[in-house]
Design a binder for this molecule. Structure first.
Ligand SMILES: Cc1ncc(COP(=O)(O)O)c(C=O)c1O
Length: 396
């Protein structure tokens, strides 16, 4: 099918909810993808953080092919060897005490489960999140998400969600009441502009929750699996939540959501109170086992730390060179560059020159490349950015 036909059919046949770029990607390997005409791109979008291991990681490909020939689906009301193997591997990497999981299919679903679990465990209704938070777009997750343009068309949302100013211990403290079930935070706000909290904020939130007897839920959908240089973002601040939401890269590119909690909390769900038809399918679990093996054996969290340091230093050189660059921030290979203007032109121009970049709000370029990205691929990204930011600055 021609590029023209693919674009037209997708536009016609699929709900128009994505801000599409005029690009048809048909193949990927490592941190590179190719379009339908064979043109190569450095993929700093990384499928919004899903392609963390690199596209078509050989271990994941092998595991998926083998499992597809053995057993693809098996409802969670029956037991399965791959599911058990995955749960054991998962618990070998999760922070101490987080040892019982509900498996689903997406980040939003992992958040939905956490919200229900907090209400069930505490018997209280209220969830406190922050302004600028992003937790997904299903009705419960959307109620926790901040951005007005996502929320307003769908009101009324789920009641008893409260948003407080971010990174502000006093406001968080004031917001907690005897109706509060949980505080829900992203360790680093991704969609909200790649915002790293000040040291002490997350530990303070942990202390507050302990003091007031409310749960701390961390949404690690974007910050986990080595992305920030540690297996989980919360490790940067030595904080262990009561409930953690995981998704994006955990199954090497296949759909997965995981809500992992302290055992005494997860057992408050009784049979039938939560479920999902695809929960822990053998195919996805086989992919997730291979993904964890690849992450651990290839020491990708360490690699995110070193390559992220290199990438960030190069972005900071651009910040020093161009007035339109306001700030560079992030940890590991979760990086953001805030500009003084809309970044849309820069993203489109970079795409034309072979580099895919994400945004995070109007003014922020976001980089979530596969952790296997090489120095040469980072250098190419930087040289393309140097050109396009230079052109933008000259035009202002
Ligand atoms: C922190 C966070 N939570 C939840 C979600 C929602 O995940 P999904 O799109 O898989 O539902 C996202 C997606 O970007 C996210 O970044």
């Amino acid at each position: 099918m021609s590029e023209f036909d693919i674009i037209n059919f997708e536009n016609r046949l699929m709900a128009n909810v994505f801000a599409k770029r005029p690009l048809v990607i048909t193949r990927g390997k490592g941190a590179l993808v190719w379009d339908v005409k064979g043109k190569e791109y450095v993929d700093c979008m990384g499928s919004y953080g899903v392609a963390l291991l690199g596209h078509s990681h050989p271990k994941v490909v092998e595991a998926v092919c083998k499992q597809a020939e053995t057993l693809i689906s098996c409802h969670a009301s029956l037991y399965n060897d791959k599911r058990t193997e995955f749960l054991q591997k998962l618990m070998s990497i999760t922070p101490t005490g987080l040892n019982k999981a509900f498996l689903s299919n997406s980040g939003a679903e992992s958040v939905e489960c956490a919200i229900k679990l907090a209400r069930k465990f505490t018997g209280k209704p209220e969830i406190i999140t922050v302004m600028g938070a992003f937790h997904g777009k299903t009705m419960g997750a959307l109620s926790a998400t901040w951005d007005r343009k996502y929320r307003e068309p769908f009101q009324p949302l789920v009641p008893e969600f409260k948003h407080v100013p971010p990174d502000n211990p006093e406001k968080l403290n004031e917001a907690v009441t005897d109706k509060t079930a949980a505080v829900l935070l992203e360790p680093i706000r991704g969609e909200g502009g790649v915002r790293v909290p000040p040291d002490g904020f997350l530990a303070g939130a942990r202390e507050l929750c302990d003091e007031k007897g409310v749960l701390l839920i961390l949404d690690e959908v974007q910050t986990s699996f080595g992305r920030t240089g540690k297996l989980f973002g919360c490790e940067h601040w030595g904080v262990i939540p009561d409930v953690m939401c995981l998704a994006k890269p955990f199954a090497g590119g296949l759909p997965i959501g995981i809500t992992v909690a302290k055992g005494n909390i997860m057992v408050s769900f009784k049979i039938g109170e939560h479920s999902s038809t695809f929960s822990g399918s053998p195919l996805v679990c086989a992919a997730a086992c291979a993904a964890i093996d690849a992450l651990v054996e290839d020491k990708l969290a360490d690699r995110a730390g070193t390559m992220g340091g290199y990438f960030k230093a190069k972005l900071e050189e651009l910040q020093a060179k161009y007035k339109i660059v306001k700030e560079v921030r992030g940890l590991g290979l979760m990086l953001g560059m805030e500009l003084r203007y809309d970044v849309r032109n820069i993203i489109i121009k970079a795409m034309d020159r072979g580099v895919l970049i994400l945004d995070a709000g109007r003014n922020v370029l976001r980089f979530l490349p596969p952790l296997v990205i090489t120095k040469e691929q980072i250098d190419k990204t930087i040289s393309v950015l140097d050109e396009v930011i230079g052109e933008e600055e000259n035009e202002r």
